[in-house]
Design a protein around this ligand. Sequence first.
Ligand SMILES: *[C@@H]1O[C@H](CO)[C@@H](O)[C@H](O)[C@H]1NC(C)=O
Ligand SMILES: *[C@@H]1O[C@H](CO)[C@@H](O)[C@H](O)[C@H]1NC(C)=O
Length: 518
Amino acid sequence: MTISSQILAFTLIASLCIMQSSGFSIEEATIDGLQLAFKQNQLTSRQLVEFYIRQIHKLNPLLRGVIEVNPDALTLADKADQDRRNKVPGSSVGLHGIPILLKDNIATKDKLNTTAGSLALLGSIVPRDAGVAAKLRKAGAIILGKASLSEWANFRSYGAPSGFCARSGQGKASSNFPNQEFLCCKSLQNPYVLSADPCGSSSGSGISVAANMAAVSLGTETDGSILCPSSANSVVGIKPTVGLTSRAGVIPISPRQDTVGPMCRTVADAVYVLDAIAGFDRNDPATKAGAKYIPRGGYKQFLKPDGLKGKRLGIVRDPFFTSYSGFDHHFQTLRQKGAVLIDNLRITNLGESYSDENLALVTEFKPALNAYLKELIASPVRSLADVIAFNNKFSKQASIEKIKEYGQGIFEEAESIKGFDASYKAALQNLTKISRDGFEKLMRKNKLDALVTPDSSASSILAIGGHPGIVVPAGYDKEGLPFGICFGGLRGSEPKLIEIAYSFEQATNIRRPPSFQA
Ligand SMILES: *[C@@H]1O[C@H](CO)[C@@H](O)[C@H](O)[C@H]1NC(C)=O
Ligand SMILES: *[C@@H]1O[C@H](CO)[C@@H](O)[C@H](O)[C@H]1NC(C)=O
């Protein structure tokens, strides 16, 4: 069979499995749809988990979005079904009984490994669930498994492609994919156009929800890692204000910029996930200030179809839209829905942050990672130096040739830095100033509710100030590759961004499931 006929076979088998006897379709179902199906006895959480496990077995050898499936997922599903039957309070709303995939840098205290996609952390034992994982369990979500990622959230090597992950190739060889043994050296695949970049670093989270291998997922972002793969895989990604969601138990890059957020097929699903994970966690001090942003009643109240009415949206054409076409009709839609577009704005200091951000991140990484590794109950590696040594040893094995080729330049640079020196402090001052005189000034001066940009092109300006952004599917190019529209705002502006994103999504309804084009 050629690859494309294999894919066709997958698609056919997949679509045959979607329809339950009742006629309810799991594929593309939203959380609201799933909760309704539970309530009407058309579906159980067990059937739902079984569906996703079948999807993973079929599609993952091709897409490699999932690293591990939770061996306890069906047991957890049975428990959720039992709670619902017994009318346990909270058992028929929100994420209860809904399977979620977590990016593999988010710790779970269960049978799943937490490795940031790296063989160096295989077998490490975490002290406890990550703060967000604990909140998900409390909300009744079923942790279905771990999603693949660009190894170490793309903070290992300057040269590795998005989605490069040593562990994602470890799936079982199947008769359909006799070349499976080589997969460890290939990056993950975009489900829309298989040869295309799925972007990173939360590649697997985007790929997996796009291809209906899970109901919803979590990604993490330091600069672009939710916004970019969400755009590339035609899903909704929320990059929350830094501190709104706990980073405790998340394999870090930078406590100053890291944030955990939902990646889902719809804005409403992403908002339900945000409601479950946002909030104070005593293991992440930044959540104390972050929790003050959470409105009473949470975020779902902002899912308003007319949420664009009266919103002031800024457009900086140069440079954001110079290489993008196809957004003019979206600007039209935004206006039709009642938004005021403040067009042709300028941010004078764009691009100035690049080297300062890089210096800051590379300085912050080592102490943050070492603190994470130190807390582990058991681990083959206890410091960045150990990880570097592991990779050096491992790269001598010819079977993982690519690991050697891509190197670990960022790791080596981070290891060589001795603490928070004067240049680090200068870089931080620069970043604060660039954010204040650039994006923040633009937002305040023009009284903007959001800055509108394509894909993840504004990720750095949001990242350096800890600001939030939401990306929503916005179309497909001539080759069929998805692109997204991003609404970015000031810290704590999630309520407005959700109103804007939801209203845009309801007005355009652009997302369609992937077609696995060769
Ligand atoms: C976790 O990794 C170990 C190898 O150290 C493996 O045996 C185990 O199956 C992994 N767990 C899951 C749930 O895949
Ligand atoms: C900070 O900004 C100043 C002035 O623009 C620049 O000279 C310097 O290289 C920047 N970075 C650091 C780390 O000092």
